[in-house]
Structure formats: structure tokens, C-alpha cells
Design a protein around this ligand. Structure first.
Ligand SMILES: [Zn+2]
Length: 512
């Protein structure tokens, strides 16, 4: 007889195939779902009974792309493009101690749990490069809340001003000096830091894993990308990279490499089943094939792509070609929240404005599968999570069916994607244990977390005030140069509005 049995009784279980939610009991042993059956399911004597009446049970949502460091910067930018955000990076992330690093991931994790998310792929940025103690602090933040996380230090061996040719020259002479003095760490030093981190993994577990995130092709030398590729192979960890996120990047990629960013990554040997590409907006059909044929996963971040004006990723095309597609929120410094329900809703909605053909639109059942099973694959968790079935971990969200979003209950899949906003999340379980019970955390002191986050934000804003003011004064030059660059010809169109005059009209998907 095993031990640590639990049985969840009285809930209704989401079934995507039938778009229904029948009464089902779940038997759990040691955090794993053992059996699912009709009410009255047999359970070993002494099994703990959990009353789920009045709730809809669904797998925990999985956030395929976030940045824990962004949580403290929530709501700071308004009309920022991606390039504005990267330009603001030095002050947004400066002066953070180990406590700030741990606090920012705790805050990120807490928001995810309150909104029904149980696992995430976090590209955490330390200035100027990752450290063992920094990433351990980041891990502690997630572990304190209890969320599963794949932690990938986000790294570059070039600055924004080196990545986008011509940008530096766009600034006034006097200020150019300060920007050109910003230096990324040397390639070999960053790779050494990665090796140290991968070697020293006290938190390696089913909850916390490591990966590597050379952040953006243009910001990483080929030697650095290849170094990350080899380390990932050696230590058997994932690789995560922002790919073809903005039009500026797509245009600059052709200028630098003579081919698309995705084609370049294929040449460097980065595309493989361990690779997750984030955003993937400015892909042509050949790029879609490259990602699918190499067994890559994509983190689709429709909210961030809209917020930063990057356009709409070809999610349907990627799915149709067999790529794994998960859904993410991106960091709160660029999409302001960690609400996977909203990310799902936006994934559904943006799929409807690129084609009048309804077969091309994402069904709500597909969207939920992307945000659970798809994201689980992108994180490298396979089918251990992202589904409620025997053999899977018991990562369960209990949605309150008396919440107005589910009254009346007509089609649970449609209502999860098109009506739910996180307010119906009553409880959240990971590995069979509640980390949120009746909207109260069982793992952390939420009131203390809020006080600490407010204090950290105020202290960091004060410490970074001068750098922020300088960045703000330079913002207009970034706009002028990058908005101009974004209108250079490119062979596909991924914005919702009309193509700019300089861009070709009818969409042409072939490689240049
Ligand atoms: Zn990102």
C-alpha cells in the first residue's frame, strides 16, 4: 500500500475533446494523478479527502515565456517599442541585490499562481552577466511560492547599440560617448559563468530546472551562440531565444546575415528539439518550416507583441507545420501582467484578424492545449504536466463556478478563454499540495511580499533616477532611427494595419 493518498471529490473536470466538464473524482498519490473516475471513486483507507464541489478543475496553465526581473518594473513604460524597452534595460535592471532578485521572482510567481499558472520558462536578466548566487536567489523566489520554473539566464555579448547598426550614430555626439562606453561582458566570461551555473545546481529538481537564453540573435555573436549550443548539449538543458520579434530585428537580420534570423540560427546549428523561440513574429514560410522541421518549440506571446507593436505571429502556420506552440505572457515590464487567461484570449483574438477563413482561426480548445500541453513541451516537461490524466503531476487549478464568468456554464473551453480573467481562480495545487487555498497563499506571506515589492520599487527607482532621465532624453533618437528602420522593405507583413508605404503590398512568403 502506497502512502500520501489524496482524493479530490465533487469537482467537474474540463474535457477539451467534448467541450464539457463532467463530475469526476481524482485519486492522487505522492503528487501524481493515479486514477480519474465518476463520483464515488474508490480510494485507499486514510486517503485525505478534498472537497472540490462548485469548482471546475483544469490543468495549471504554463507560461512559456516570462522575465522574473520584469515584475518590479510592471507598468513603467507606455508607448514603448521593443527597442525602447531594450534601450531602457540598463536603468530598469540596475542596482539589484540578491534580495531584489529573489523578491522579483517571488512577485512574478505569486501573480502567476493567483491567475491559475503553475509553471513557467523564465529568462532572467542579471547585469552585467549571470552569477551563480544571483540565479540561486532567482530560484529561491520560485521555490518559496512553489511554482515550477525553468530558469534561463538571459545573456548577450553585444549591446543594443552594437546590435543595430547605425543606431549609435543617431544620437547627439555628446551623449554617444556614454552609450558607446556601455559594454557587454566578454563572450568567454559569460560562457564561463554559464558553465559554473550549470555545474552548481543545488535546486535541480522536478520543480526547478536550468536552461540557457542567448537573448536575441543580433545581440549575440556567432561564437557565443555556438558556445551556448554546446553547453546546452553537454549539460542536457534547454535553449531559449527571442526570435524575429520586431520588424527592426527582421530587417537588421537580413542586413547583417544576408538571410533571415531563423535561417542564420539554423546555420549556426541552434535549431533543435531543445530550442524554444520566443515571439517568432516576422517568420516567412521557409522560417516556419525550419522551426518545425528541426523539432523546435515556439512561445507565442500575443499580448506582448501587441503591447510593443511587434505584430502578429503566424501561430496557425506554425501549428499546421507541426511545430510545438506554447503561450506566454512575456515579462511584466513589457506586457504588464502575468495573466495567462488574457494571453489565451489574445491568442484566440489575434488569430481572427489575419484571415477571413474561419478554419485558420484558433479554436478555444486549441488555445487551452497550447497554454498547457504546448507550453509543457516548450519547457521540456513533456507530458508530466499540462494535463490532468493518470501519470501526470497533480498541478490543478480550481475555478469557482459561481464566479460570474461561468454563470451560466455553457461551454467551459469557450468561457475559460473568452470570459475568464483570473478572478475565478479559487485554489491552485502543485504536486497535489495547495499553494493557494481559497485565494490565500499557503506558502508565502502575501501582505509582506506586497510591502517588500513596493519598497524595492521605490528604492530602485530612486537609485536609477539619473540613468532613467538620461534614457528618457535619448528615447526620441531611438524612435526616430528605429521607426525609420522598421519601414525598410521586408518580404512579409505581420502588422494588423496596412503595410507601410515602403513595404511591399501583397504578402509574399518566400525567402529573399
Ligand atoms: Zn522576452
Amino acid at each position: 500500500m502506497g502512502k500520501d493518498f489524496k482524493v479530490i471529490r465533487g469537482g467537474r473536470l474540463l474535457d477539451l475533446a467534448s467541450r464539457s466538464a463532467a463530475d469526476r473524482d481524482l485519486l492522487i498519490e505522492g503528487g501524481e494523478i493515479l486514477e480519474i473516475g465518476p463520483p464515488g471513486l474508490d480510494a485507499p483507507e486514510g486517503a485525505a479527502e478534498i472537497d472540490a464541489s462548485g469548482t471546475l478543475l483544469m490543468p495549471g496553465l504554463i507560461n512559456a515565456h516570462t522575465h522574473g526581473h520584469g515584475s518590479i518594473g510592471k507598468g513603467l513604460g507606455d508607448r514603448w517599442t521593443l527597442e525602447h524597452l531594450l534601450h531602457a534595460g540598463p536603468w530598469l535592471n540596475a542596482n539589484r541585490g540578491l534580495e531584489d532578485k529573489q523578491l522579483s521572482t517571488m512577485l512574478n510567481a505569486a501573480e502567476m499562481v493567483l491567475k491559475g499558472c503553475t509553471a513557467t520558462y523564465d529568462l532572467y536578466f542579471e547585469v552585467p552577466m549571470p552569477t551563480v548566487e544571483g540565479m540561486h536567489a532567482v530560484a529561491k523566489g520560485y521555490e518559496a511560492v512553489g511554482v515550477r520554473a525553468v530558469l534561463a539566464p538571459m545573456m548577450a555579448d553585444r549591446t543594443l547599440y552594437e546590435a543595430i547598426s547605425g543606431l549609435l550614430e543617431a544620437f547627439p555626439e555628446a551623449e554617444r560617448q556614454r552609450l558607446s562606453e556601455m559594454r557587454a561582458s566578454p563572450t568567454e566570461e559569460i560562457l564561463k559563468a554559464c558553465r559554473a551555473l550549470l555545474t552548481d545546481r543545488p535546486f535541480e529538481s522536478a520543480r526547478t530546472r536550468l536552461a540557457l537564453a542567448p537573448t536575441i540573435p543580433l545581440h549575440c555573436s556567432d561564437d557565443f551562440i555556438a558556445g551556448c549550443r554546446d553547453l546546452a548539449e553537454e549539460f542536457d538543458v534547454g535553449l531559449h531565444m527571442h526570435l524575429a520579434e520586431s520588424r527592426v530585428q527582421a530587417v537588421t537580420g537580413i542586413e547583417r546575415y544576408g538571410k533571415t534570423l531563423t535561417a542564420h540560427l539554423e546555420d549556426v546549428g541552434l535549431l533543435s528539439p531543445r530550442f524554444t523561440g520566443a515571439h517568432c513574429v516576422w517568420l516567412d514560410d521557409d522560417d516556419v518550416h525550419r522551426l518545425a522541421d528541426n523539432g523546435c518549440a515556439i512561445a507565442h506571446n500575443p499580448g506582448s507583441n501587441l503591447r510593443l507593436g511587434n505584430g502578429i505571429a503566424p501561430a496557425r502556420r506554425l501549428l499546421a507545420k507541426g511545430a510545438t506552440v506554447g503561450i506566454g505572457t512575456d515579462g511584466s515590464h513589457c506586457s504588464d501582467h502575468q495573466n495567462m487567461f488574457e494571453a489565451m484570449r489574445l491568442a484566440s483574438f489575434v488569430s481572427r484578424i489575419v484571415s477571413p477563413e474561419t478554419d485558420d482561426w484558433l479554436e478555444t480548445t486549441e488555445v487551452i492545449a497550447m497554454a498547457t500541453e504546448g507550453s509543457a513541451m516548450a519547457l521540456g516537461f513533456g507530458d508530466d504536466v499540462g494535463r490532468l490524466a493518470p501519470g501526470a503531476r497533480a498541478d490543478i487549478v480550481f475555478l469557482d463556478l459561481s464566479n460570474i464568468n461561468f454563470v451560466p456554464l455553457n461551454d467551459p473551453a469557450n468561457q475559460i478563454v473568452h470570459a475568464e480573467d483570473g478572478s475565478a481562480v479559487r485554489s491552485v495545487m502543485i504536486d497535489g499540495d495547495f499553494i493557494l487555498k481559497d485565494r490565500q497563499f499557503t506558502t508565502i506571506n502575501y501582505a509582506q511580499l506586497c510591502r517588500d515589492a513596493q519598497a524595492a520599487s521605490e528604492r530602485l527607482l530612486a537609485a536609477n533616477a539619473e540613468a532613467r532621465a538620461f534614457s528618457g532624453r535619448m528615447e526620441a533618437y531611438v524612435s526616430k532611427f528605429c521607426v525609420g528602420l522598421a519601414q525598410h522593405p521586408y518580404h512579409i507583413h505581420r502588422w494588423g494595419g496596412d503595410a507601410p508605404a515602403a513595404c511591399p503590398g501583397p504578402e509574399k512568403e518566400a525567402r529573399p
